[in-house]
Design a protein around this ligand. Structure first.
Ligand SMILES: Cc1cc2nc3c(=O)[nH]c(=O)nc-3n(C[C@H](O)[C@H](O)[C@H](O)COP(=O)(O)OP(=O)(O)OC[C@H]3O[C@@H](n4cnc5c(N)ncnc54)[C@H](O)[C@@H]3O)c2cc1C
Length: 387
């Protein structure tokens, strides 16, 4: 079916990807974004081939490839001994195996490439500084006077759009904090691989580091338990929070403790998931991205899932004969995909944070797995294509 004009609440990865997906099928979109400026919130993102294949469809991949970093491998390293345990090949291998590249980049680089594509597109409009509160679809109709047949709630983990969907998911603090800091490339220790993503795994905590060409620095994220500062994306850690971070890495290799000590004012993001729930109201409102299925970053897939959502939703609307049918098939396709990705994240969490005998067992099992076999485990995730 064809919809003349769709409303999208939120201009994060999910909202911008949805706008580009609907407009490529000839359907116009009005985006409403609360922020008056899309500032540099967040840090690095890993874009796996399942998402980069969609970015190619949007016509933004080529410009991103010029600025992003394409890691040669994803390395899994013991945080206690710095011993390399396993590698998943990326680089040219990813391009051949999954027919699309694996890149790492700053979130702002991706968001501004998507935003420019939206702004260039005659079928899309974007209104910044326009928070949407109240019941949908009435609240967006009041702004433009348009009776939208479909409103997409792409307004993130603390979504307001959820209030218009009965039994919608609710945010749930995971009791984990992602601490983030950067180290200039020329000051980084030699054991940080310059051309790889490295996940250091240790008891109850893990740390991921990768170089970002655009910023000339290593993006470093440490994940450990902690308390939430409330509904915020990122906050500056004070001195006592910083010591708390370092304490959580007690028993790790001294080089890593030294690295953490160099993080002057790390930012911290409380990690929220959402509870299971309905993603649409059966008529005219649907949730996508973190609003529907915020997940832990253990598989580095939250933004990738948000991008896939927009693409699948547009396709399902185009194929269906009615909106209720399109929303039902979207939900059923995406609930199972998101559940599988979350389950993989939970497995990674167990493996990354393993303690005692589990850690020793993990190290042995991983060191016996050849890179090709670790890559084959990811075919369902990275090789996924939307029909
Ligand atoms: C530490 C960490 C590392 C991560 N690493 C990766 C990674 O490597 N790869 C990956 O794929 N994902 C990663 N993610 C996940 C990813 O960042 C998120 O899943 C993704 O950004 C969600 O996109 P979204 O568009 O759904 O939500 P958001 O990015 O939160 O966007 C929501 C937008 O809606 C706007 N908004 C909110 N309320 C309103 C309102 N009432 N009216 C209008 N606008 C509103 C907001 O201002 C915002 O612009 C990571 C997450 C964390 C925390």
């Amino acid at each position: 079916m064809h919809l003349d004009r769709i409303a999208i609440v939120g201009a994060g990865m999910a909202g911008l990807a949805a706008a580009l997906s609907f407009s490529r099928l000839g359907m116009a979109c009005d985006i409403f974004e609360e922020a008056s400026d899309l500032v540099e919130v967040g840090a690095g993102l890993q874009m796996s081939p399942n998402a980069s294949a969609i970015l190619r469809e949007f016509g933004v991949l080529e410009e991103l490839e010029k600025v992003w970093t394409e890691p040669r491998e994803i390395n899994l390293v013991s945080g206690k001994s710095l011993k390399n345990l396993a590698n998943v090949p990326a680089g040219d291998f990813a391009r051949k195996r999954w027919n699309a590249p694996y890149g790492v980049l700053h979130r702002a680089t991706l968001q501004s490439a998507l935003l420019s594509a939206v702004e260039r597109n005659p079928l899309c409009t974007i209104r910044l500084g326009t928070p949407i509160r109240g019941t949908l679809p009435h609240s967006v109709r009041e702004i433009t006077g348009t009776a939208y047949p479909l409103v997409i709630g792409a307004d993130g983990v603390w979504s307001n759009a959820r209030a218009s969907v009965m039994d919608a998911p609710q945010p749930d603090f995971s009791r984990n904090i992602a601490w983030r800091f950067t180290i200039p490339l020329d000051e980084a220790p030699v054991w940080l691989a310059r051309d790889c993503v490295t996940a250091f795994m240790g008891p109850s905590t893990h740390l991921v580091a990768y170089p970002l060409k655009e910023t000339g620095a290593f993006n470093i994220v440490a994940i450990a338990s902690g308390i939430s500062p409330g509904a915020t994306w990122e906050a500056q850690a004070n001195e006592s929070q910083r010591s708390m971070l370092i304490n959580q890495f007690a028993g790790w290799h001294p080089e890593i403790i030294t690295l953490l000590g160099r993080s002057e004012r790390p930012t911290f993001w409380p990690l929220h998931e959402v509870t299971p729930g309905r993603w649409h109201n059966g008529r005219d409102v649907v949730l996508i991205g973190d609003a529907a299925h915020a997940m832990m970053p253990f598989s580095a897939q939250g933004a990738a899932m948000a991008i896939e959502d927009g693409f699948v939703l547009a396709n399902e609307v185009k194929k269906a004969t009615s909106l209720p049918a399109a929303l039902a098939s979207f939900e059923s396709l995406r609930v199972s995909r998101a559940a599988k990705v979350k389950a993989r994240g939970s497995f990674n969490r167990f493996a990354y944070h393993a303690r005692g005998p589990f850690r020793i067992g993990r190290d042995i099992v991983l060191s016996l797995r050849p890179p090709q076999s670790l890559a084959a485990d990811l075919d369902w995730l990275y090789g996924y294509r939307v029909n």
